[in-house]
Design a protein around this ligand. Sequence first.
Ligand code: HEC
Ligand SMILES: [Cu+2]
Length: 394
Amino acid sequence: MIRALRWRTHTAAALPAALAACSSHVPNTTLSPQTEFGRDIDALFDILLFAGVAVLVLVTLALLFVIVRYRHRAGAPEPKAIHGNAVLEIVWTLIPAVILAIIAVPTVRTIFRTQAEAGPNALQVEVVGHQWWWEFRYPQYGVVTANELYLPVGRTVNFALMTADVVHSFWIPQLGGKRDLVSNDTNHVWFTPESAFAWNGFCAEFCGSSHANMRFRVFTVPPEQFERWIAHQQSPPVLGAAAPPAGAIDTLAPAPPAPPQATAPTVVADSLPEHVRAATPIPAGLRMSNVRGDAARGAQLFMRATPMPCAACHAIQGVAASIVGPNLTHVGSRTSIGAGLFPTDARHLALWIKDSPAMKPGSKMPAFGKSAQIPAGLDDQQIADLAAYLLSLK
Ligand code: HEC
Ligand SMILES: [Cu+2]
């Protein structure tokens, strides 16, 4: 018995230590919460874990006791057959009921507290799930963007969660979630970022063929940088940044060192930590010839690409206002395209325009590359022009 007790204290102490050790190498863990919301959920997890371990130990001990004490012995008489024991049955029905009540009280309290809307001073963010990308709106600032969320450190942010189609679930493992985006109702969740960092977000509810490709990034930044980012998002795109040839990005000399983060309103892709870099391989068979795009021609094509203008689905401030696809006003300053899949560079943009459904299974954006199926499609020069234009939308 003493040995068993010692084993139990040993396990109880070792388990959290082992879990914490894992979390430092796994940036997408929920086990090292970084907000008050995360810690509330973690506390519930601890209650379940320790209560569960205690039950396991008690049941195992009782089982061992019965096995040893009542084992078959040579010459022992036949045991007496009995019908049952009413007292025992009542007791072992009541104990689980009490345990469930102990778990239910803090769980239900936490659900109600975190589902309530945060106060009016909170930053409001509307999240709209689409198959298979995320629309983020900042109604207090009139800003709409996609797949990359900027949040100021130290200010509570209140998310209103909605869906444009099926059920999705909003999840940033170390900050908050999961909470579902359901039709015909708005769910809420709130938390307060505590440190400046880059985080991965995911859709956590199966929503169709590219569910696993429905990711997003969260950049928690100092409040001054957030203000600059908002001002940048509110203004029209800054045109004219030179674009490299679309087919040859990886053979080019490395980009010049990124400007210091303190002056850039957006996060600089080159300085991203490993875990938030977009690194999906390009599907085999997708090619782009090595042509240099022209942003001015691309801007015209945006309005009259064939078989369908890009402007039919996308918004660019001052240019087009459609809301079927992601807002592209500042797409050139996002670190990734395709909901976190590919880096934002001329080559990936070009291949995306050429054949989006090949880059991302099920993509609701049609392929535009000229082919036997799409005779009215765009040639590589036109695609490179469009890519150069989009990349210049800083
Ligand atoms: C029928 C509507 C439709 C048309 C037309 C369309 N797109 Fe899209 N586009 C989408 C949708 C939907 C997505 C989101 C796909 C996803 O990530 O699952 C998208 C995504 C994109 C993205 C990635 C944005 C990001 O932040 O992830 C780019 C770039 C883009 N489109 C460029 C273009 C260009 C250039 C054209 C014209 C040649 C075009 N689109 C035409 C619907 C459309
Ligand atoms: Cu999903």
